[in-house]
Every structure is written in C-alpha cells, then in structure tokens.
Ligand binder design. Sequence first.
Ligand SMILES: Cc1ncc(COP(=O)(O)O)c(C=O)c1O
Length: 510
Amino acid sequence: MSISGPLGSLPIPNFIHKRLFSQSSSNRSLNINNINPHVKEAKYAVRGELAIKSEQYRAQLAKGEGKDLPFDSVISANIGNPQQLDQKPITFFRQVASLVENPQLLEKEEVLKNGLGYKSDVIERAKKLLKDVKSVGAYSQSQGAPGIRQSVADFIERRDGYSADPQNIYLCGGASAGVNALMSVLCASPQTGVLVPIPQYPLYTATLSLLNAQMVPYYLKEESQWSTDVGGMRTALKEAQKKGIDVRAVVVINPGNPTGASLAADHISSVLELAAEEKLVVLADEVYQTNVFEGKFQSFKKSLRELQSSEKNKGGKFDYIELASLHSISKGMVGECGHRGGYYEMVGFDPEVVAQIYKFVSIMLCPPVVGQCLVETMVNPPVEGDPSYPLYREEYDTIFQNLKQRAFALYNAFKEMEGVECQPPQGSMYLYPTINLPQKAIEAAKKEGKNPDDFYCLSLLDATGICIVPGSGFGQKEGTLHFRTTFLAPGTDWVSRITEFHRKFLDEYR
Ligand SMILES: Cc1ncc(COP(=O)(O)O)c(C=O)c1O
C-alpha cells in the first residue's frame, strides 16, 4: 500500500500501516500487535488464568449466585498474601501507622492511652518517625528517609554482627520494586544473562522478559530438600557463556519460593565463591528470612563478611563481590504486603553504578512513605521492657506457630496422597510437591490443550474452590510436574478438600 503526494507515490511506513489498518481496533492507537512485545512475553502465573477464575467464583458466591457450585468458599492458596487469608496485622505496627497517617491524634494522648490502649512507646515511635519524614503525605528522599535507613542499618548490624552503612540502604516499594531497579540497571543488552533458580518466583523471569535480557536457569535439587547445587550453577553459567551470553548476576532466593528451602551457611559461601571467581553480582532475595522452621537464617551479607575476614581472602578474592540483599514487610509475621515496603542493601558496587541506581529510583521519586514507616517498625520492633512488647511477642509467636502447624498439617496430608512426593517444610510460606499423574490424565490435558499440571490445578479449582499454582508457573525439570500451595489459609478443612479431590481425580483417570 502507498500514499500519493507531491513527490509521487510513497510506501506507507509499516508502523502507520499497522495503526491505520489493524483488524482488532482501527479507531485506537494501541492494539495487541503494536504494544511492547516484551510485556506480552512476560509470564506471571501466580496471578494468571487460575487466579482470575478463582476471583470469578468468589464474586459469584458473594452475589449468592453460586448455588450449583460444588463448594461454598474460595481458598486463595496461590499467593503469599497473609492478611487476605486472615493473618491479623501486628498491633504495634498498625497503631504506629495510624498515628503517622493522622498526626492530629497525637494531640489527644490521654484518649490514645486510656481510651484506645495505645502504649507510650507507640506514641514515641510515631513522633520519631514524623520527625524524620515530616509528613507521610510528603515525598521522602529518593533512597528513603534517612532515619529509617539508619534503623535498617542498625537492624542488619544486630542480625549479622557486622556493621551496615545507611548510605548503602535503599528503601523500596516492596522487594519487587528493588528487583526491578537493580535488574533495570544491570541488564544492558539482549545478551545480558542472569542466573535464576528453577523453580523460582516468577518476578525474576518476568522482569528479565520485560528487560529483553536472558534468563539462565540453574536447577535446584529436589531430592535433597531443594538445595542449591553450585556445581549445576557453574555448568549452567559455562553453557550460557558458550552461547555468547554475558552472565552478570546470580539470583538466590533464601528461604526459597516456591520450594521453602532454607540455605545452609556452607552453600551460601559456595555461591559467593562462584560469584567471586566469575564476577557475578549476587542478588539475595531474603524476604522470607523470618519464615524459617528448621535451623537458623543466615544472611548473604553475614557470609560475605565472614569470608572477607577469613583466611580464604588472602589475595583479596572476596573484596569486590557486589551483593544486593533484599527484604520486605510483605512476608514473615508482618504480612503488610498491601503497604508496599522493603529495602535492599548494596555492598561492593562501583560508586558510579550506584549513582545510576540512585538516578533510576529518583525517576520514581520515592517509595511509599507509610510503607517506609512500616519497614522501620519491622526492623525495630518493641523489645523486652517496652510497654508494647508483651502483646507484640504474643502476636508474633502465635502467627509463627500457626504457620508452622499448618505447614506440617499440609505436609502430612501430602505424604498420604498417592503419587505425591513432598519435601519437609523448612521455611517461607509454601510447599511444592511433585505430582505423578496417570497417563490418562496427561492425555485428557493434552486434548484440552493444557499442560498436565495446569489441568490438575484447574480441575482442583473447579471441584473445590481452592486455587493453587501449577509448577509450570515456576519452572520444573523436564518430565516432572508440581504445584505450589501456600499454607496461609486458616483452618484445616481445605486440606481435606484437596486430599479428597486428589483421590477422586486419580480414580477418574486410572
Ligand atoms: C521470593 C519473593 N521475592 C519478592 C517478592 C515480592 O515481595 P514484595 O511484596 O516485597 O514486592 C515475593 C512475593 O511473593 C517473593 O515471594
């Protein structure tokens, strides 16, 4: 097609042709064929087809229209969203948040104390935060309020026994925003590669798709409680390098999502050794650091400092490791994911690179300020002797114990299910069992054009109202099938819904 003008007939440029003659929406600028293709490529299964369908069921039930459904409630076990599943917010956090949000209440201290049960440390904390941020309705520094960053640095120092510098702390709107900033700066070209564990939380693959960079998978070892195999990591790295991929970073999720695995200190050191040898930036996603049921959480930062001060560092081998460690208010006993707060600490980075990261986050102005305040309360909670401590301790321990109990109840149920193999719960909020499905079920899935694990999870949703996520959403070894479920939903009734469904499903396709 061409256009005629004073210079004769000219071909219509491709982009104008698409805009003018697109089938799908001729009156609009945008259509599915002309938007950013990398957005179309990105996949995010935890909020995918199944989650959408489960929300439709929920809406149907709420309107009283679901009389013919075989269930009377929808259980969202697809996403680590603690408070949506009835986890109670911790009182101290919310009381402080209420005061920073509405400082006028501070003029009525007597009412707060005697009428509403606010303790004096809540009031002091709110005043301290307001002094730092002035108002939660104001933009803060791009990197986050200085006093809050200082609290984060103090927390890291208490946790690890090594000092932390508030200049190296970046507050962010949830760990996702931190990952986005870091990845955006380090992905320089379509040949940039990042080592990502498989299975993984799909934020990483999705972000790499958006940035048109390469995901370099390394497989976690299911048979040894989903441990991180540094040998496998090295092989994946070498293979990618042979293909001309510039592998620059390695992501480690500890404790793991979806696996729940908790990394031992020697594994962390091995990853750091590989990073030193191969000049890899380490992105340590530690958002589940308080969700640990077995052993003790060890941070990458602590392991790095230990290595740096050990005999192994004679030639300064570990001096230049670039480590970014992320934490969040979304998980653990805090569960304030709707408030969008988190931080990352960067050590070992070139100051010129840091300046670009600073510029990148400045473009977004600042992370949500109430979220920043909640980060402060998370890293600096009441301690023994503080008036709010007894209630804080009770609430925190109850949430932890309930999570642990539910994790094991689910694990025990999975152990009894035919064809299901599950690693014992170690941490985070998830179990990721293998499912061995009968051939007939695999064929039935194929007939419907679905992956067998998608088919299984969809059948479970339709039969029980329970929404889980198929393993294909996180990645799994060729020829294996899994699903991920959270253990956040209260009660145990829904666990028996799964076991009953599973029995019937196997009988149907045996
Ligand atoms: C491993 C991991 N990292 C990051 C996130 C995102 O956390 P945030 O809500 O802080 O953005 C999640 C959320 O589920 C996660 O599981």
